[in-house]
Write a protein that binds this ligand. Structure first.
Ligand code: G3I
Length: 373
């Protein structure tokens, strides 16, 4: 009797497991993919973390393989990680990323060579301009040449502008002067002749900052140096996406003869204390329950605002698909987004197309549906 019961119980378990497997298999078979849907329009990318390119986040790995054809390393090619000491480079993680991308047919946008943030400690307070110059050249030559032919593109310079379009007062500007951006591209061009070279920044759809970006791009071009594209990061609030400025930017940037990309797209649903769009990683604020209202789930009304914003954006991207070459989301699912910890730590944000259980959100389906409209 006992063994009969045990047998029946075991067969229930097996039947349950089989139907769960079938459910997951059929769900992933029927789920449309972003990369296929937009295959004739632009690349579709995601920023990925170490767990993911090491294949340890299996749920994420399934989504990455199914949905994306491009990836950007969220952190591991930043200077403080890849070049921690004057003459020490740590290539292990970037090499693993390259192997993962090759296996999964993903184009890598390497991020980033010259950025004032996340610099290694030895570099942050360097006083002597000659040392900065040496660091700058060694850093670009060593890293860009190692990955030439292995990565598709580089964000050569990241976030060099202030909101008013002037150059940000970084250690590079202070020690090397205003021509440092042209020099960075010149060095990258020599070190990585097979790799596309981009300028990347947030809020450059805004008129003043956009004018600053145009001035940078023109200065590179008139020095006879190669620049292949510009990345508009796209960290916007779901209820405040500046569609007109974005459209104007696509027109103005593409008129310079370069690719336009949306490189770090996420549409957060939480207010920030300054009530504007920014992605300055150094801007921080204190935790406060009023600023974290959706810990129990995303209300439908807010989901609708986000779905509509994503739909409007993708319609615009499709309208200009001759100019837009890639759209990359800054993360794979909502739970993994930097926006859960910035500018306030420990919040529950919902900025992406997949929820915390890797299920496609309404925003996902609305993005896919833009192709049919
Ligand atoms: O790796 C350490 C870990 O050892 C430590 O325990 C933990 C404690 O806080 O910190 C970990 O490092 C964090 C790192 O992300 C990896 O998770 C850093 O504190 C944190 O500052 C870092 O944040 C990254 C941020 O750039 C600064 O580099 C975000 O993940 C990343 O999404 C964000 O990405 C930037 C783009 O590069 C440029 N544009 C804006 C965008 C969003 O800020």
């Amino acid at each position: 009797m006992t063994s009969k019961l045990l047998l029946r119980f075991t067969s229930y378990l097996i039947a349950g497991a089989v139907s769960l497997f079938n459910f997951q298999a059929s769900e992933s078979q029927t789920l449309p993919s972003l990369k296929d849907t937009f295959k004739n329009n632009f690349l579709i990318g995601a920023a990925i973390n170490t767990q993911q390119f090491q294949g340890k986040d299996t749920a994420a790995n399934r989504v990455i393989a199914q949905q994306f054809n491009a990836v950007t390393p969220e952190n591991i090619m930043k200077a403080e990680i890849i070049h921690p000491k004057w003459d020490v480079y740590q290539f292990d993680l970037a090499d693993e990323l390259v192997a993962y991308a090759k296996k999964n047919n993903l184009k890598i946008n390497a991020h980033t060579l010259i950025w004032h943030s996340q610099l290694p400690a030895f570099m942050q307070h360097m006083q002597d301009p000659d040392s900065v110059k040496k660091y700058f050249a060694n850093h670009i030559n060593t890293i860009a040449s190692r990955y030439d032919g292995k990565v598709y593109s580089w964000d050569v310079v990241n976030e060099a502008l202030n909101e008013d379009g002037t150059l940000r007062n970084t250690i590079f500007l202070q020690k090397l002067g205003g021509n440092y951006i042209v020099d960075a591209f010149r060095l990258a061009q020599a070190a990585a002749p097979q790799t596309k070279l981009y300028y990347n920044d947030y809020n450059i759809e805004q008129p003043k900052k956009r004018a600053g970006a145009i001035a940078i791009i023109k200065s590179i071009q008139s020095a006879g140096v190669r620049i292949d594209g510009v990345g508009i990061q796209g960290h916007w609030r779901a209820d405040n996406v500046p569609l007109n400025d974005i459209e104007e930017s696509i027109k103005e940037f593409s008129a310079l003869g370069i690719e336009v990309m949306f490189t770090e797209l996420d549409l957060g649903v939480l207010k920030n204390p300054w009530d504007n769009n920014t992605a300055d990683v150094n801007a921080k604020a204190e935790a406060n329950a009023n600023m974290n209202p959706y810990t129990a789930g995303l209300p439908d009304s807010v989901q609708k605002v986000q779905s509509k914003a994503y739909e409007d954006l993708f319609r615009l991207f499709l309208k200009y698909d001759k100019s837009v070459s890639r759209v990359t989301f800054w993360g794979v699912n909502d739970g993994q987004s930097w926006l859960n910890n910035w500018p306030i730590r420990g919040r529950t944000n919902y900025p992406l197309l997949f929820d915390r259980h890797f299920q496609p959100k309404d925003s996902f389906y609305r993005v896919i549906a833009t192709k049919g409209k």
